[in-house]
Ligand binder design. Structure first.
Ligand code: FAD
Length: 392
């Protein structure tokens, strides 16, 4: 067992940290307030090879493993969770292609994403469904070798700026997961209507839009998963992207903790800095302990994927745990700052607003607990004899 990062991973962490400090942190507040899309930061991330982390070397990408990606994601999210979501949405959009695409599709699109600043979004969610992926209603109708897509998609991150959208749709809603297919949809295709940016509580610099599909013709070469294969592809994608959500949450929580340490050393009450009071010391100890545990779970889930193991369970654990940690730590950070924590003057209120999203997107915390409880109740093997049998 090995818990140390390699020399290469430490260098990558340093590179990402410098990018976060120099390019992301200085503009985080500005983009949060203006709710503009941080395209200039995305372009810089692309220049520095930090945009499409997982694209394999044979398609021109850096070919980083998931653990490497988590290391980068933690650094960028610690500077701004919203900008980090915007930068790393390409990982989510491209993952179904990396997992399920054929060679021609990968050569054509993954290579383009690496060579130019191109964005690819991901769309399963609809106005009437998010958690229940098998319950989607967006229709894919076969027409010769082509498919025609109709229906609305909702909540699509980066959708307003995306060049491509990986869209999941069903040939028949009655068939549930057996009817779902997946398609690569160039956003300029006739019939695709990208909505206006939807204002949000946090992560305001990340672009969130609806995507309307009206008689959108998808050629055979852009069919990513045939009907019946799309649901599995979506689930495989989430198993690969949920560890990164854990890493986002760790980065967000880490910054809230660091601001809390700085403030606790500076703020004096009853004649002493608040860091001298055990109530505050214990809050900071809890933060550190929880962040450490969340990072370990996140790295384990990523490591399992890198080893080619089934990481569905570990990624659910990592995402659920780290998201809850981010919410808890950012809440306690506001408490440590007292009234000032509640003001927009200090950065912890932004991190608190930003953290909430981790418990919602890419499968809510309840959905992760469904995955975990299914395993524990149906597959977990007892170490000790079951109750009622004699323990030898
Ligand atoms: C800012 C933002 C960006 C997003 N980006 C994308 C994107 O790029 N692409 C995309 O496809 N989607 C995206 N989403 C959608 C996101 O994945 C969904 O919002 C999420 O999956 C939850 O779905 P929902 O909102 O429909 O809630 P619902 O599914 O309606 O759930 C409502 C509540 O019920 C709970 N619940 C649901 N099922 C169960 C159950 N069986 N047992 C117990 N509780 C349950 C949920 O946990 C939640 O608390 C984004 C969402 C947001 C807010």
């Amino acid at each position: 067992m090995e818990f140390n990062l390699t020399e290469d991973q430490l260098a990558l962490q340093q590179k990402a940290r410098e990018f976060a400090i120099n390019e992301v942190l200085p503009v985080a507040r500005k983009y949060d307030e203006s709710e503009e899309f941080p395209l200039d930061v995305i372009k810089k991330a692309h220049e520095q090879g930090l945009l499409n982390l997982g694209i394999p070397k044979e398609y021109g990408g850096p070919g980083y493993g998931l653990l490497d990606s988590c290391i980068v994601v933690e650094e960028i999210a610690s500077a701004c969770p919203g900008i980090a979501s915007s930068i790393f949405d390409n990982n989510l959009g491209a993952e179904p292609l990396a997992i399920g695409g054929n060679e021609e599709q990968k050569q054509r699109i993954l290579t383009e994403l690496v060579n130019e600043v191109k964005l690819i979004a991901f769309a399963t969610s609809e106005p009437t469904m998010g958690s229940d992926v098998a319950g989607m209603k967006c229709i894919a109708t076969k027409d010769g070798d082509d498919f025609i897509l109709n229906g609305p998609k909702f909540w699509i991150t980066n959708g307003g700026y995306a060049d491509y959208i990986t869209i999941f749709a069903t040939v028949d809603p009655e068939k549930k997961h057996r009817g779902i297919a997946a398609f690569i949809v160039p956003s300029k295709t006739e019939g695709v209507k990208l909505g206006k940016h939807i204002p949000k509580l946090g992560q305001r610099s990340s672009n969130t839009v609806s995507v309307g599909l009206k008689d959108v013709r998808i050629k055979k070469e852009n069919v990513l998963a045939k009907p019946g294969r799309g649901f599995v592809l979506a689930m495989q994608t989430f198993a690969h992207t949920r560890p990164a959500i854990g890493a986002f949450a760790v980065g967000c929580a880490r910054s809230a903790m660091e601001y809390s340490i700085d403030y606790a050393k500076k703020r004096e009450v009853f004649g002493r800095p608040i860091e001298k009071y055990q109530a505050i010391q214990f809050k900071i100890a809890e933060m550190y302990k929880d962040i450490e545990a969340a990072r370990l779970l996140t790295h384990k889930a990523a490591w399992e994927a890198d080893q080619g193991k089934d990481n569905n369970l570990s990624s659910a654990i990592a995402k659920a745990f780290a998201s809850d940690v981010a919410m808890k730590v950012t809440t306690e950070a506001i408490q440590i700052f007292g009234g000032y924590g509640y003001l927009r003057t200090y950065p912890v209120e932004k991190l608190f607003r930003d953290a909430k999203l981790y418990q919602i997107y890419e499968g809510t915390s309840e959905v992760q607990r469904i995955v975990i409880s299914r395993f524990v109740l149906n597959q977990y093997k007892h170490a000790m004899p079951t109750m009622g049998r004699k323990r030898s």
